[in-house]
Design a protein around this ligand. Structure first.
Ligand SMILES: NC(=O)C1=CN([C@@H]2O[C@H](COP(=O)(O)OP(=O)(O)OC[C@H]3O[C@@H](n4cnc5c(N)ncnc54)[C@H](O)[C@@H]3O)[C@@H](O)[C@H]2O)[C@H](O)CC1
Ligand code: K
Length: 513
């Protein structure tokens, strides 16, 4: 699903208005109707007090139009105009008049006024600012935002929590509405998915206001939200007349004394996701653990017991995954550097492999095209340098990925795969996955997909999605706290099955027929 910028959304509005031969207030009315229906289907006429805080732009206009619809249907409402500017939008004014025609007089809030009393069981509709916020709100508006946040009422934000910008992070944490639920129009907003801005949103949902399909389809976006519809076409079915040689030979290099487990996890995940063959390369101390824990894998050992000192092997891997638990000893760096001189196989680099790259950046020039890098936030910072905010982080990541022609996977609550100027925002996963070894599993999964013939970008996007889905399945089995990296691996198979599971209702209808 595409993630549009504010400019693209405004352009979609103009395009839709032109093509459907409607006036702009029709779109506002559609927006308000959608929200009304959402609320009505949940409230079913309940006489809970609904306080609508409406700005003077079109977000406020949505709020005022919604107030009218709620009132017409018997809901108990109180409307406040947050009078932060005298530049009121045309459609806001039109809807304000419609409200007044019905003898509904909103209370105007200005600087210096007292804020209304709010009950614990009331509902707040936040329609103060939408996607048009372009500078810091005045101090008194920030005070109001703070006041709403400290009330215990349920906050429903229209389109985007007020105070949240579309393309930058607000300076102060208290300056944004903390929404219990956001009803956003047509497409999700990038800020919903970034750690510094996503924290203001508990849940979000999309409402279709009928923006023109042709515009939405044809318009290229930098960011895309990756869900089932995006990954299903990537899936490469296994063929009846195939053998293990058709699914690639993965080579996983890593481990050091005390960190052989990282290789075990990556290797197991790599096999579980379908790699045809797998060889691991570990220091000698890893030989017995590897052979006993993973009989399916072949093992080559380094001459040294505790760390990797040379990477000598006599096989032609389809793909190499390197770095998990490898350490950054001088001699290991040398071995890694020598390996990069001769390697031609596609690469997935994780953990200490990334730390070595950030400490010896000249090695970045030796990476094959489309090498996959899987840094966690600290490793990413070592690669990119300190970023100003999450939006700056994404810009730096795009520039880095372009410079070295690599695929950068920014791991987090919503992992983002960066390549070729684009960002693929993952929609699966949960906080239970913030656990030791989770990254090793991801690196192993991506390696195993490349082995089977997925190109490195598809393997990254699909791998990240399946990894998150395995995490979601693990949570449904054991709760957040008990999710471990091993459980993620155990659920890779179920994640594939889940991809092809049809909604129960659909199955039921089919059975009846
Ligand atoms: N296609 C859609 O998604 C539709 C969305 N709708 C709603 O319209 C808003 C966007 O409306 P817009 O008027 O452009 O922006 P805002 O309501 O956010 O109003 C901001 C308004 O005020 C000015 N401004 C910006 N920052 C400040 C500030 N700090 N202090 C004072 N004034 C400020 C700015 O110039 C704007 O004029 C969208 O979110 C939806 O809710 C439509 O209803 C239908 C189509
Ligand atoms: K809002």
């Amino acid at each position: 699903m595409k993630i549009f910028t504010a400019e693209q959304i405004y352009a979609a509005d103009r395009f839709t208005i032109e093509k459907q031969q409607i006036t702009s207030d029709v779109l506002m009315e559609r927006a308000a109707t959608q929200i009304y229906e959402w609320m009505n289907s949940r409230l079913q006429g309940a006489q809970v007090k609904i306080h609508l805080f409406c700005g003077i732009g079109n977000n406020g206009g949505d709020g005022v139009a919604l107030a009218r619809q709620l009132h017409e249907n018997g809901y108990s409402i109180e409307v406040y105009v947050v009078n932060y500017s005298d530049k009121r939008s045309k459609d806001f004014l039109l809807n304000l008049d419609r409200l007044k025609e019905r003898k509904l007089w909103p209370e105007f809030l200005d600087s210096g006024c007292d804020f209304p009393e709010l009950g614990r069981k009331d509902i707040i509709v936040d329609a103060v600012f939408g996607i048009g916020l372009n500078r810091n709100p005045d101090a008194w508006v920030l005070k109001l935002i703070n006041y709403l946040n400290t009330s215990s009422a349920f906050i429903l934000s229209i389109d985007i929590p007020s105070g949240l910008f579309m393309e930058r992070v607000p300076e102060n944490r208290d300056d944004i509405i903390r929404a219990n639920h956001v009803l956003s129009f047509q497409a999700p907003k990038l800020s919903f998915f970034l750690p510094q801005t996503g924290i203001y949103i508990n849940q979000w949902e999309l409402l279709d206001i009928g923006l023109d399909d042709e515009y939405l389809f044809k318009t290229e976006t930098v960011y895309e939200l990756i869900g089932k519809p995006e990954v299903l076409p990537m899936y490469m079915p296994r063929l009846k007349f195939s053998h293990k040689g058709n699914y690639g030979h993965s080579f996983i290099i890593g481990g050091s004394y005390g960190k052989i487990g990282a290789v075990q996890l990556a290797a197991k995940a790599c096999l579980e996701i379908g790699s045809g063959l797998l060889t691991t390369y570990v220091p000698e101390c890893g030989y017995i653990p590897m052979q006993t824990s993973l009989p399916e894998a072949m093992v080559i050992v380094d001459d040294e017991d505790e760390k990797i000192t040379t990477i000598n092997f006599d096989l032609k891997p389809t793909v190499v995954g390197i770095g998990m638990g490898m350490g950054t000893h001088k001699i290991t760096i040398k071995a890694f550097s020598e390996f990069l001189k001769t390697n031609t196989a596609p690469l997935v680099i994780d953990a200490d492999g990334l730390n070595i790259l950030s400490g010896t950046p000249e090695l970045l020039n030796r990476l094959p095209n489309q090498t996959v890098l899987t840094p966690h936030p600290k490793e990413l910072e070592r690669l990119l340098g300190k970023w100003r905010d999450d939006f700056d982080k994404l810009d730096r990541a795009k520039a880095f990925s372009k410079k070295y022609d690599c695929i950068l996977i920014i791991k987090g609550a919503h992992t983002i795969v960066i390549y070729n100027g684009k960002g693929y925002v993952n929609s699966t996963g949960n906080p239970g996955m913030a656990t030791a070894g989770s990254g090793d599993v991801l690196a192993g999964m991506i390696t195993g997909l490349i082995a089977q013939g997925y190109n490195s970008l598809d393997a990254s996007v699909f791998g990240v999605y399946l990894h998150g889905l395995s995490g979601d399945l693990s949570v449904s089995e054991s709760g957040y706290e008990a999710v471990t990296a091993s459980k993620l691996i155990d659920n890779i198979g179920k994640a594939f099955l889940e991809l092809f599971r049809r909604p129960e209702q659909e199955q039921h209808i089919e059975e009846k027929n």
